[in-house]
Design a protein around this ligand. Structure first.
Ligand code: ATP
Length: 235
């Protein structure tokens, strides 16, 4: 579904990604783990067009998407939930969700998807007229995911959904990620600091260090890999 071939991305003179290559097959949950500053966020931003690569190819469903603007990439079926949630704090929950669907014209489909996200996260239905900024951190994360889902993505990019949330809320969000994958046929690319949880739900995983992919394998295999255990699982 998605292929990165030798992608390099820079911020000015700083090279954040060095020849990154990876593959995501339709229907998979893939996780990318790594230390702070390894280049995980930049990988997602390169895919969604927010920080376009300087060289290399990014191919989504056989179409090259490197060099396309972010709006076009969303239209093709790739939605990005950025780190730190970035919902619109002064808009209501409903207005935030409308923003997620702003590229769509199919009113019936939008209504159906709204019903779907309210079933996934009933708390958002209860708070639909409340300003986004008044929600708790967990609820804002639910809103950020739901807003991305309103674009009806086939590939969902999630950047650190667990960041700053209580364990119970993290558990709830991870179970929704699995549900989206299994029941809604959404392919997931998950960037996480919480390597333990992420590897548990991932079909496959990549490890990133200093802008390079250094290791790949099934989530299960990486959980028992000694180097991963030492560096990312604190075991
Ligand atoms: P974190 O878990 O802290 O978010 P990360 O693995 O997502 O880390 P990136 O945010 O992709 O890492 O950063 C990769 C490298 O690019 C780091 O060296 C970082 O300092 C640098 N970098 C990131 N954003 C910028 C920017 N806007 N300007 C300059 N350098 C940046």
């Amino acid at each position: 579904m998605l292929e990165l071939n030798n992608v390099t991305t820079y911020y000015g003179n700083i090279q954040a990604l060095k020849d990154v290559s990876l593959i995501i097959n339709e229907g998979e949950i893939i996780t990318l783990i790594g230390a702070n500053g390894a280049g995980k966020t930049t990988t997602l931003m390169s895919i969604s067009g927010l920080t376009p690569p300087r060289s290399g190819q990014i191919v989504f469903e056989k179409n090259p998407i490197h060099g396309l603007n972010p709006e076009k990439i969303v239209r093709m079926g790739v939605s990005h939930v950025p780190e730190g949630r970035r919902i619109f704090p002064f808009l209501t929950v409903l207005e935030n969700l409308d923003m997620g669907a702003f590229l769509r014209k199919d009113k019936d489909g939008i209504r159906k998807d709204l019903k779907y996200v309210f079933e996934l996260f009933p708390i958002l239905a209860q708070r639909k007229h409340q300003a986004g900024g008044t929600l708790s951190g967990g609820e804002q994360q639910m809103l950020a995911i739901s807003r991305a889902l309103m674009a009806r993505p086939r590939l969902l990019l999630l950047d650190e959904p667990s960041l700053g949330l209580a364990p119970l809320i993290i558990k709830q969000i991870f179970s929704i990620i699995e549900k989206l994958n299994k029941e809604h046929n959404t392919t997931i690319f998950l960037v996480e600091q919480n390597a333990n949880l992420a590897l548990k739900i991932a079909h496959r995983a990549y490890v990133m260090e200093n802008g390079n992919i250094t290791l790949t394998g099934s989530g299960h295999d990486l959980l028992s890999n000694d180097a991963v255990k030492k560096a990312y699982l604190g075991i």
